[in-house]
Write a protein that binds this ligand. Structure first.
Ligand SMILES: Cc1cc2nc3c(=O)[nH]c(=O)nc-3n(C[C@H](O)[C@H](O)[C@H](O)COP(=O)(O)OP(=O)(O)OC[C@H]3O[C@@H](n4cnc5c(N)ncnc54)[C@H](O)[C@@H]3O)c2cc1C
Length: 401
């Protein structure tokens, strides 16, 4: 159903990441390979859309590959302004700081107010960098974007021997995986590969830690780490990160020449300023249609949002952000057309773990449906090119179409 063509609805989209861009793409219902001029798209969609966020889109799933020199920031960061211009979308380089009038007004960090008829929030995760003292000062993370990963890779290149710790923590207050797990396993395997390629692997200890891994935990991911000689410090959570390492809860010091760490994830700060309904873990609460309960025509998807009644294995992923944004866009079109939302999203974990000389397709879905009708093997080095094909296709679409 299409919204009324007489008065275009004013839609505000917050964020320039996967959730927001997929939401926009599905909302416009554009034929992907038939580029139309911006004004035509605008009239066709009957929508007056404004996107508020940074002008750069970051393709986070490729960041671990910095470790083996297969990607650089230039490869994975896209200026989205031409993409938005081609679609007749107004762009504001700013950040949402507050939401008032039951969602009808957003106030930005520059203290400018914008009115809307419908609001989509896709502002991504907030990492709890203060959960462990010293996280900001003494750890690197692939989760903060390309620059931090470049600093980590540069530091590694300066070492000829040492002890490297790689780990993650999860926000356990929500009933889904609010932490980056897969990418940290991937980083551990790629680091092992990079050091072996340099011929210095024997001079390094790589430790993998997480307070949320059970001692002696088994599984396909664990097996890949163990077969690479990575030391599993299961159940270990440092009390403090300090210069040259970390301290345990009993004060014991562990030396580390570099620490790559993903803190637990939560929702955005503006959610509390705006008094949005939140999950126990601090994510924006949404129902299975992507709507924020108690607010009219306010939807959210991606890593900023919680889940209603999800299975406990559901992760924050670009893949999930896409499924959720697609349902939210279809629901918003129904709502603007005067109907009730009817599109729910599937819970599905799907990602290819690139280990440079091997790859795994990690997959789980609530209905047991396999990825791509089981067209691809679940373990094969060839999956690396499948992963990079998804990346290239999406980035080409953003850059050129
Ligand atoms: C190293 C790494 C590897 C990964 N690998 C995979 C993988 O293989 N497969 C997979 O599916 N997922 C993977 N992920 C997860 C995936 O990248 C995220 O789940 C995905 O980026 C979430 O999309 P999002 O749009 O919710 O958030 P983001 O992509 O983080 O986008 C959020 C956007 O909102 C902007 N923003 C933030 N605050 C505000 C504000 N107040 N106002 C306006 N804008 C704001 C941000 O700047 C950004 O533009 C990986 C993540 C990392 C870090």
């Amino acid at each position: 159903m299409r919204p009324s063509a007489r008065v275009p609805s004013r839609i505000t989209i917050a964020g320039s990441g996967f959730a927001s861009l997929f939401f926009l793409i599905y909302l416009l219902e554009d034929p992907p390979f038939l580029p139309l001029p911006g004004p035509v798209r605008r009239i066709r969609s009957c929508l007056d859309i404004t996107l508020i966020g940074p002008h750069e889109f970051v393709y986070f799933p490729a960041i671990p590959e910095f470790l083996i020199g297969a990607r650089t920031p230039r490869d994975i960061v896209v200026d989205i302004r031409p993409f938005l211009r081609r679609r007749g979308i107004r762009f504001l380089e700013d950040r949402i700081a507050n939401i008032t009038d039951g969602g009808r007004t957003v106030v930005t960090a520059q203290n400018i107010s914008y009115a809307n008829d419908a609001l989509f929030l896709g502002t991504g995760p907030t990492f709890r960098k203060d959960a462990i003292p010293g996280t900001r000062e003494f750890t690197y993370s692939p989760c903060y974007g390309p620059d931090d990963m470049v600093r980590f890779a540069t530091h590694l290149d300066s070492l000829t021997e040492g002890v490297i710790y790689i780990g993650f923590a999860i926000n356990k207050d929500d009933d889904f995986v609010a932490g980056r797990t897969g990418p940290l396993y991937e980083c551990a395997c790629l680091l092992d590969f990079a050091l072996r390629r340099r011929g210095v692997r024997q001079n390094f200890e790589i430790h993998f830690f997480s307070p949320h891994r059970a001692v002696g935990e088994k599984g396909a991911l664990t097996d890949r780490l163990v077969e690479r000689g990575i030391i599993m410090d299961d159940g270990y959570g440092p009390a403090t990160f300090v210069a040259g390492g970390m301290t345990d809860h009993d004060g014991h010091f562990r030396r580390a020449d570099a620490i790559l760490y993903s803190p637990p994830m939560t929702g955005p700060l503006y959610a509390s300023t705006a008094a949005l309904p939140r999950t126990p873990g601090g994510h924006i609460a949404v129902d299975r249609y992507g709507q924020v309960p108690g607010l009219t025509r306010v939807l959210a998807a991606g890593d900023c949002a919680g889940h209603e009644a999800s299975p406990p294995w559901v992760p924050h992923q670009a893949h999930m952000a896409k499924l959720r944004a697609k349902a939210a866009a279809a629901n918003l079109r129904q709502i603007l057309g005067g109907a009730s939302p009817s599109h729910r999203y599937r819970h599905e974990l799907s990602c290819i773990l690139d280990m440079a000389d091997d790859a795994l397709w990690m997959h789980r879905s609530e209905d047991g449906r396999p990825p791509f009708h089981n067209l691809f093997p679940r373990r094969s080095r060839r999956l690396i090119s499948v992963k990079s094909t998804f990346e290239k296709a999406f980035l080409l679409y953003l850059r050129r179409l």
